[in-house]
Design a protein. Structure first.
Length: 296
């Protein structure tokens, strides 16, 4: 098995494991100078779970190699570990994880106190979800309009019925044909179940909208240690409040209150306008995320 060298990051000593039968011969007197370091490392070695843990401290002496046989490290535990399988697996795992470990610090925008929460992946959660919520808002607007049509057509039918002549003349009246057409139209609209869909999508907007709005602020603080008062922040805060106000009018709307219904529509129209206006400033922030952060 090829020699494996694990270097101490703070000192001039290292541990080299070679297969049994291959003994490292001193090439120069520098190796002899390493013998005290070898004995110090051996004296602080601790065996845990069949592994050899070596602790060493920094030294002002030149870098020296400490050679130890892999079989000697596990000679007291004859198991599949001694066959070299576990050593190979650990080595392969270490090699595979090296790129991630080396690049982890680069992904931390401030001090690394919050780990991956300061990286690019976490920073992109807010804009991606908010982009989806913008299109969800458009869909909720469509559903609300369709449900309004159900009510409007129903009101027209009721008005026309009041205008029908009494008795047998009602069937011969041209209003009967119009009523039949509107009734068929309303029946198709009712099949769309727009009221329930609008309610469900609105609830989704309220829940995820508030959650991701707060997440965006918290993530900005994770990455930079502060918030940035400006158009994007103020518009986002206003949108969040408008979601809550519009949702609070639902009980009154369900009781048929026309003022609550009009206020609900007005608040959501303002919400949609602010949402659309906020997109350019959000894209600017996404550009800064790509500029100042790294994966993951």
């Amino acid at each position: 098995m090829a020699a494996v060298v694990v270097a101490c990051p703070t000192a001039a000593c290292s541990l080299s494991a070679a297969s049994a039968g291959r003994k490292a011969a001193p090439r120069n007197t520098a190796h002899l100078a390493a013998l005290p370091v070898f004995r110090a490392a051996r004296s602080t070695a601790q065996r845990r779970g069949g592994f050899l843990k070596v602790s060493c401290s920094s030294s002002s002496k030149p870098e020296a190699a400490v050679v130890e046989s892999a079989e000697n490290a596990v000679e007291q535990e004859p198991s599949f570990v001694a066959s070299g399988f576990l050593e190979k697996a650990m080595l392969m795992s270490a090699v595979a994880m090296t790129p991630l470990l080396l690049g982890a610090q680069d992904a931390l925008a401030v001090d690394g106190d919050f780990g991956l929460l300061e990286g690019r992946t976490a920073a992109l959660v807010h804009p991606l979800v908010m982009g989806g919520l913008f299109f969800t808002t458009l869909y909720a607007f469509y559903l609300g309009r369709q449900w309004k049509q159900v009510r409007v057509v129903g009101d027209k039918i009721q008005d026309l019925k009041k205008q029908l002549p009494a008795g047998d003349d009602a069937a011969a009246s041209p209003l009967s044909g119009e009523i039949a057409t509107l009734t068929a139209q309303r029946t198709e609209l009712v099949k769309g179940n727009y009221r329930e869909k609008h309610f469900n999508v609105g609830s989704l907007l309220l829940g995820f909208g508030v959650l991701i709005a707060v997440e965006g602020c918290v993530n900005t603080w994770f990455r930079t240690g502060k918030l940035f008062p400006g158009p994007h922040l103020w518009a986002g805060a206003t949108i969040t409040v408008l979601w809550a106000l519009a949702a609070s009018l639902v009980p009154a709307m369900q009781k048929g209150n026309p003022v609550a219904r009009k206020a609900h529509v007005a608040l959501n129209m303002l919400n949609l306008a602010l949402f659309a206006w906020q997109i350019p400033t959000g894209l600017e922030i996404v550009g800064k995320v790509f500029e100042f952060t790294s994966w993951p």
